[in-house]
Design a protein around this ligand. Structure first.
Ligand code: ADP
Length: 329
């Protein structure tokens, strides 16, 4: 139990065992003072949230026991108002998830190593198929050209997937460095559009760029921002039917810099909207389409990157009308 100041009252046996203490050692102490103070949890100001009466439901954080050992926990605090005395107490439940976290990290490290190892062979396939397609190994028959370009295209998809897996695992392990420097968002957008030109042409999509000379020099990490913009534009391309329009606009005011990617595509069904940034999640309407391929990792990665860069991402969408994704830098 916690009182309204977050002080521990009547800890039960499991809590004493968790912290490795006797009752007298923690009774009356500030519960949140046991929270670790490293970068991973510093942003989660749970003490403040508790005091402001904001629900804490299955939040993952790190706590330190009496011996200084860090433990990952899942914390929920159930608010219990006592209408008679008007006092507020909280029932804190702590689930020790340290082992799960260790396993999860081992899995993530495995994915990271495996993806890294896949890069070289994929690059080799790209190099040779590219050489064959550009005539470097002699003239190909139409049939050979068709087969080799299929190989080239599936290999490109695989390269994208491996890069996404690598980036997701780097973020989860906390090994994706940020390198901020002056960044030209228009150049990034143009290079993404050039890369996607074949798909855009195939679908007969119209691209409208309303850059207005803005965002030519913002402080950001160009490599990471490119991944974000690439994901948003490639989603707009993937999820817009033949002949649709994609509008990319920049907005800049004294306190906000935004990139807005709007499409006239399939949209996201209402019931799926609050899970769209979840890992591996794909909305019901596109999963049904045989032509649509994806992993459900792109927006998860995009959101994580925007958080790392100190920005935000949001969207509005209506099924069969289109979607608008907005990032603030
Ligand atoms: P993927 O595109 O690989 O499936 P993402 O994580 O990039 O994965 O996107 C998750 C899901 O969000 C997509 O499967 C799709 O259902 C939905 N989505 C994302 N962008 C759009 C968009 N512009 N229009 C419609 N649906 C979208």
């Amino acid at each position: 139990m916690l009182n309204s100041n977050g002080e521990i009252r009547e800890p039960n046996k499991a809590a004493l065992r968790f912290f490795g203490v006797e009752q007298a050692e923690i009774e009356g102490k500030d519960f949140f003072s046991f929270q670790a103070k490293n970068d991973e949890v510093i942003s989660k100001n749970l003490a403040q949230r508790f005091k402001l009466n904001i629900p804490i439901n299955r939040e993952e954080t790190i706590m330190i026991d009496k011996n200084g050992k860090s433990k990952w926990i899942q914390l929920s605090i159930f608010d219990m108002q006592n209408p008679a005395s008007k006092t507020r107490t909280g029932l804190a439940t702590i689930v020790d998830i340290t082992e799960l976290k260790q396993l999860d990290r081992a899995k993530t490290e495995f994915v990271s190593i495996a993806s890294h190892q896949l890069r070289t062979p994929l690059a080799t396939v790209k190099w040779y198929t590219d050489m064959m397609l550009s005539g470097g190994t002699g003239e190909l028959s139409e049939k050979q050209k068709d087969y080799v370009s299929r190989l080239y295209n599936v290999n490109e998809d695989m390269i994208d997937l491996v890069e996404t897996l690598l980036n997701v695992s780097r973020i989860e392990i906390g090994k994706l460095p940020i390198e901020r420097k002056p960044t030209n968002v228009e150049n990034i957008t143009q290079s993404v559009l050039e890369e996607l030109a074949p798909q855009i042409a195939k679908m007969g999509l119209k691209i409208e760029g309303q850059y207005n000379g803005l965002l030519q020099n913002v402080e950001s990490d160009p490599k990471l921002l490119r991944i974000v913009i690439q994901n948003l534009i490639s989603n707009a391309v993937k999820y817009t039917p033949q002949g649709g329009t994609i509008t990319i606009s920049f907005e800049e005011s004294s306190n906000e810099k935004m990139v807005v990617v709007a499409d006239t595509g399939y949209g996201i069904p209402k019931e799926d909207q609050d899970r769209i940034f979840g890992k591996l999640f794909r909305a019901g309407n596109v999963v049904k389409m045989a032509s649509s391929q994806g992993t459900g990792l792109g927006l998860y990665l995009t959101k994580s990157l925007m958080e790392m860069l100190g920005g935000t991402i949001s969207f509005k969408s209506e099924e069969n009308k289109g979607s608008v994704f907005i990032i603030t830098l």
